[in-house]
Design a protein around this ligand. Structure first.
Ligand code: HEM
Length: 495
C-alpha cells in the first residue's frame, strides 16, 4: 500500500517538473510544493526574506512558486522590477479574496483597465490641486506635528507608545485632503477608526489560509478561519466612516474644498453631459478615499517608528544628524521647514537609509501585481494572471547596489564631499511605474518635517525594552514590515 502511494507521489512530482519545464517558467524554489497549499507553508514569518533565500539558492533573480494554486513570479532585483512595472501589462493587482470582497475591483488600489487609468489620473491631479508635493502643504503638516508635540509634553517624559499619536496626526493630514476635516486627538470615534486601520495592518497577511480556501470563513473554528472576521469587521467600519463623511458633502458646491467635493463635481459634470459610461459613482468614491486614508495612515507612522529605533541603535549617527541640524538652526526656536532641507544633506540621507533598512513595503496584500496578458520576462514565460511579487526588501539589501548592505550608513546616499544627496539606483521604497505609491511626495514631506523636528526638539530613549530594541530582530511582517510596539520617553531640548 505504502509502496503504491510513494510511486503515485513520485510520478506526480516528475509530471509536475516536466510540465513546469514545458511551460518555460522561471526556476522553482528549493522548497517542495504541497498539493493545494503550494509553497505557502514554507514561507515562514518573513516571506520577503525566504523568497530572497530561495532566489539565492537558485542563483536567479527571478523564480516562480505557488501561493495555494496561484502561480507567483518573484522578482528579486531592481532591473527586473523596473522592466515589469514600467509595462502597463503588469498594472493589475493581485486580488486575494479578503481584499476582493471589500473593494470589488473599485477605488485606486484594486481597479484595473480603463477605470483604474481614469481614477488614478483623477486622484493624482486632485492631490496636486490640494497641495501634495507643494511647499504650502507644510503648514498643515507642521500644525499636526505641533499637536503631537503638545501631547508628548503633557506626558512629562513618562514612556509612551508613540504609534497612536503619530498615526493620528498623520492620518489627519490625509483627512484634510480627502474629507476637508481634521479630528482632535480626543475624538473617540476617530481614535477608534485609526485603531482599526492599525489593526488591519497587523492582522492582514497574504498567506493566511483563508486566501487559499475562502470557504474557511464559514468554519466556526478560529484557528482555521484566522483573523477573517475581525479583518472584515474593521474594513466594514472604516468604509462606513468614509461613507458618513461623503454624505456630509453637497454635490452642488461651486468652490471645491477637498477630494470629495472635486469628485462630486466631476460626477455632476458627467451626469449633465449624459456620459453613460461614467465611472464616477458613489462606491468608486468611497473606495478611493478609503484607499488613500488607509494607504496614508500607517505607512509613514511605521517608518518614523523605525527611525527612532535606528537612531537609538546608532548614537554616533544620531549625534551627526543633530549636529548638522543644530549648526544650521543655531538658537532659533523654530520648526524646521521644507526650505531648510537643502542645507541638511546628512539628515536627508539618514531618512533615506531608514527607509532602505526599515523596508516597510512587503509582499503582503496590496503590493503584489498581476499581469493581464501572457508575456515573457528575462527569457521566461509569464502566463496571464500570474501574481507578480516585487521583492523590495531584496532590492534594498542587494550588495551589488548597496555594498555592506547590513550596515546602517547614511553616507551611501551622499556625494564624496558629503554635501549632496544622491539617490542610488535600486532604492524604491515607493515602488516604480504607474502603479507606484501616489502618496510619495506627501510621505517625503511628512518624513522630513517629522523626523528633523523630532531630532531638533527632543532627546528620546527607551528604558524598559532597551535590550529588545534590535532592528534585526524586533519586527513582524504582515501588510507592512513594522517594529513591535515599544514605549519611548521624550525630554524637551533647550536651545
Ligand atoms: C513612507 C510612506 C509610504 C510608503 C513606503 C508607501 C509605499 C507604497 C508602495 C510600495 C505601494 C505599492 C506600489 C505598487 O504596487 O507598485 C503603495 C501604494 C499606495 N500608496 Fe503608498 N506609501 C507610503 C505613503 C502613502 C501615503 C501618504 C498615501 C496617501 C496619500 C499612500 C497611498 C497609497 C495608495 C492609494 C496606494 C495604491 C496605489 C495603486 O494601487 O494605484 N501611500 N505605497
Amino acid at each position: 500500500m505504502y509502496l503504491i502511494l510513494i510511486c503515485v507521489f513520485l510520478s506526480l512530482l516528475i509530471l509536475y517538473k516536466v510540465l513546469q519545464k514545458e511551460k518555460n517558467l522561471p526556476p522553482g524554489p528549493p522548497a517542495y510544493s504541497i498539493p493545494i497549499f503550494g509553497h505557502l507553508l514554507s514561507l515562514g514569518k518573513h516571506p520577503q526574506e525566504t523568497l530572497l533565500k530561495w532566489c539565492q539558492a537558485r542563483q536567479s533573480d527571478i523564480i516562480h512558486c505557488y501561493f495555494g494554486q496561484r502561480l507567483v513570479i518573484v522578482l528579486n532585483n531592481y532591473s527586473l522590477i523596473k522592466q515589469a512595472f514600467l509595462d502597463d501589462n503588469y498594472s493589475a493587482r493581485a486580488q486575494p479574496f479578503i481584499f476582493e470582497e471589500h473593494f470589488h475591483g473599485k477605488g485606486l488600489t484594486y481597479a484595473e483597465g480603463e477605470r483604474w487609468l481614469v481614477h488614478r489620473k483623477f486622484a493624482m491631479d486632485t492631490l496636486k490641486k490640494f497641495g501634495m508635493g507643494k511647499f504650502y502643504l507644510q503648514g498643515t503638516i507642521l500644525s499636526e506635528l505641533r499637536d503631537v508635540f503638545q501631547h508628548i509634553d503633557e506626558q512629562n517624559s513618562t514612556p509612551l507608545d508613540i504609534k497612536a499619536l503619530l498615526t493620528h496626526g498623520l492620518s489627519n493630514i490625509i483627512c484634510g485632503f480627502a474629507f476637508g476635516e481634521r479630528f482632535s486627538h480626543d475624538n473617540q470615534e476617530f481614535r477608534h477608526i485609526v485603531g482599526l486601520i492599525e489593526e488591519c495592518f497587523t492582522l492582514g497577511s497574504h498567506d493566511s489560509w483563508i486566501t487559499v480556501f475562502p470557504l474557511l470563513r464559514f468554519v466556526p473554528m478560529k484557528s482555521l478561519r484566522g483573523n477573517y472576521k475581525k479583518f472584515s469587521k474593521n474594513f466594514h467600519e472604516i468604509f462606513q466612516f468614509a461613507k458618513k463623511l461623503v454624505q456630509n458633502h453637497d454635490e452642488n458646491i461651486e468652490e471645491t474644498r477637498d477630494y470629495i467635493d472635486e469628485y462630486l463635481k466631476q460626477a455632476n459634470l458627467d451626469k449633465k453631459s449624459n456620459k453613460f459610461d461614467s465611472t464616477f459613482d458613489m462606491d468608486q468614491l468611497i473606495t478611493s478615499i478609503t484607499n488613500l486614508f488607509i494607504g496614508g495612515t500607517e505607512t509613514t507612522s511605521t517608518t518614523l517608528r523605525w527611525a527612532f529605533i535606528y537612531m537609538i541603535e546608532n548614537p554616533k549617527i544620531l549625534k551627526t544628524v543633530r549636529q548638522e541640524i543644530d549648526d544650521y538652526m543655531g538658537d532659533r526656536n523654530l520648526f524646521i521647514q521644507m526650505e531648510d532641507k537643502q542645507y541638511l544633506p546628512y539628515t536627508t540621507a539618514t531618512i533615506l537609509e531608514i527607509q532602505r533598512c526599515g523596508n516597510i513595503a512587503t509582499l503582503g496584500g496590496s503590493t503584489m501585481h498581476r499581469n493581464l496578458q501572457a508575456t515573457t520576462l528575462n527569457g521566461y514565460s509569464i502566463p496571464a494572471n500570474s501574481y507578480i511579487a516585487a521583492n523590495f526588501y531584496a532590492c534594498h539589501v542587494d550588495e551589488r547596489q548597496f555594498p555592506h548592505a547590513d550596515r546602517f550608513d547614511p553616507t551611501r546616499f551622499l556625494s564624496h564631499d558629503l554635501k549632496l544627496v544622491q539617490r542610488t539606483q535600486g532604492f524604491i521604497p515607493f515602488s516604480i511605474g504607474k502603479k507606484s505609491c501616489p502618496g510619495e511626495s506627501l510621505a517625503n514631506m511628512e518624513l522630513f518635517l517629522f523626523f528633523s523636528n523630532f531630532i531638533r526638539h527632543y532627546d528620546f530613549y527607551v528604558v524598559n525594552q532597551a535590550e529588545q530594541i534590535n532592528s534585526k530582530l524586533f519586527y513582524h511582517t504582515s501588510l507592512t514590515r513594522a517594529p513591535f510596539d515599544y514605549q519611548i520617553s521624550f525630554d524637551r531640548r533647550s536651545f
